[in-house]
Write a protein that binds this ligand. Structure first.
Ligand code: NAD
Length: 429
């Protein structure tokens, strides 16, 4: 069964609560705190698009640049009917912290259009994407703001954005966007990068907890780019057993282990999703509460809340999605001893290989997939180690025995890195 998005939970408030907790531990002064909390720039676009029947329809689009101290704003573009300025602002701030945890030279940005693209024809989606890119061509640029795919956008949309921007610039400028098709300046390994990063984080935490990964039961919510690839790699490269998977079409389970390539094939055919897959049973309850060792939420925000956190059975939550766990749920999970690998670390593989794509575009020299994957592993292992080191240092210095969560540890690593750049650059007044 698909899990409904709880629209009453505000991702921006959640992002700010997470930031506040880390900021308090770092004893940031209030001016600095405000500077790091607020987005640098937030824009709304009303985009007129000619529909196939000749009528004109207006769509609401957003782009937020949260912090650009460490480099150009970087962040995906989401097409979804629930997109709002607040959601995009939250996602942009998570990008700032994610790029800093991964230690790549970007700031944080995010964009979105309030639309269900499944209700539009391909031509309508293309005109909408190009109109958005054209409207934002002053903000976008390889040195200023570099978008990427997010929910309901992929290589196709990125190619249209690269083309639209290039037409405006009157030269081909591939580094304006990442997540492009290989033939249009994409990077080998980018499509799998977020899921590969999730897999590496899962491997790392299993090593840290001295827990075997082979044969471990994994449930994956969301079977798109992140969820589908995470499931595939965890099964294929780590020998984990995928026991449940879900998407908007429904949820399926098989305790003997789902044949992931077969499920991927089934789900891609006519974009029908996981429902109706013959190699598993329909799952009637919530996938988040399914009996498993590792849960990979890879759909949308606010899925694990104070309502259901007490019923999560997994020992590890690997956040493929951005913001799937609310701060109230975090507290419950912490008390229950559930280890959460936070989004700003766990799904940083995508933006890391986006960074590699941007580097390759600027060099005009392309790396083989094995090199991309090796560099990704190096970055992810380092980021994971930095977060663990922050946690262990902080725990050792805490007298009351309270343990720091990996989420707040990751925020602390990130905030310190961004702050250091602000200090070195100084304040332009
Ligand atoms: P996608 O559009 O490829 O897939 C999203 C999946 O979630 C689809 O299978 C969809 O059916 C499913 N879904 C949507 N609502 C659901 C619900 N209520 N219950 C169950 N399933 C639901 O998107 P994606 O790129 O895989 O992104 C998923 C998440 O990962 C988002 O939070 C995104 O911000 C985050 N993320 C993506 C990337 C990336 O490189 N694509 C990188 C980092 C983080």
């Amino acid at each position: 069964m698909a899990v409904a998005v709880n629209s009453q939970l505000n991702p921006l408030e959640n992002a700010e609560r997470q930031f506040e907790e880390a900021a308090a531990r770092l004893k940031l002064d209030s001016g600095v705190k405000e500077m790091l909390k607020r987005p640098r720039r937030a824009t709304i676009q009303w985009l007129p698009v000619m529909m196939d029947d000749g009528t004109i329809r207006l769509f609401e689009g957003f782009r937020v640049q949260h912090n650009i101290a460490r480099g150009p704003a970087k962040g995906g573009i989401r097409f979804h009917p629930d997109v709002s300025l607040e959601e995009v602002s939250a996602l942009a701030s998570w990008m700032t912290w994610k790029c800093a945890v991964a230690d790549i030279p970007f700031g944080g940005g995010k964009g979105g259009i309030r639309v269900d693209p499944r209700t539009l024809s391909k031509g309508e989606v293309e005109r909408l994407t190009r109109r958005y890119a054209a409207d934002l061509s002053d903000l976008f640029g390889p040195e200023s703001d570099v978008p990427a795919p997010d929910v309901n956008t992929g290589e196709r949309e990125m190619a249209w954005i690269a083309d639209t921007y290039s037409m405006h610039e009157r030269r081909t400028e591939l580094g304006v966007v990442t997540g492009k098709p290989l033939e249009v300046g994409g990077s080998a390994g980018r499509r799998e990068a977020t899921g590969r990063g999730v897999m590496i984080c899962v491997e790392q935490i299993c090593q840290y907890l001295k827990m075997p990964l082979k044969g471990t039961r994994v449930a994956v919510q969301g079977f798109g780019n992140v969820g589908g690839v995470s499931a595939d790699l965890l099964a294929r490269e780590c020998g984990a057993k995928i026991v449940a998977a879900s998407d908007v079409s429904g949820a399926v389970c098989n305790d003997a282990g789902i044949d992931v390539p077969a499920l991927l094939k089934h789900s891609a055919e006519n974009r029908r999703g996981v429902a109706g897959f013959a190699g598993a049973k329909p799952l009637s309850g919530s996938i988040l509460e399914y009996d498993c060792d590792i849960l990979v939420p890879a759909a949308l925000e606010n899925q694990i809340t104070s309502d259901n956190a007490g019923r999560v059975r997994a020992r590890i939550i690997a956040e493929g999605a951005n913001g799937p766990t609310t701060p109230d749920a975090d507290k419950i999970l912490e008390e229950r001893g559930v280890h959460v690998i936070p989004d700003i670390l766990c799904n940083a593989g995508g933006v890391t290989v986006s960074y590699f794509e941007w580097v390759q575009n600027r060099m005009g020299f392309y790396w083989p997939e094995a090199e991309v994957n090796a560099r990704l592993r190096e970055k992810m292992v380092k980021a994971f180690g930095d977060v663990i080191a922050m946690k262990e240092r902080t725990d050792a210095a805490t007298r009351d025995g309270a343990k720091l969560s990996l989420r707040i540890a990751a925020y602390m690593v990130a905030i310190q890195r961004v702050l250091r750049v602000h200090e070195l650059r100084g304040m332009y007044a």
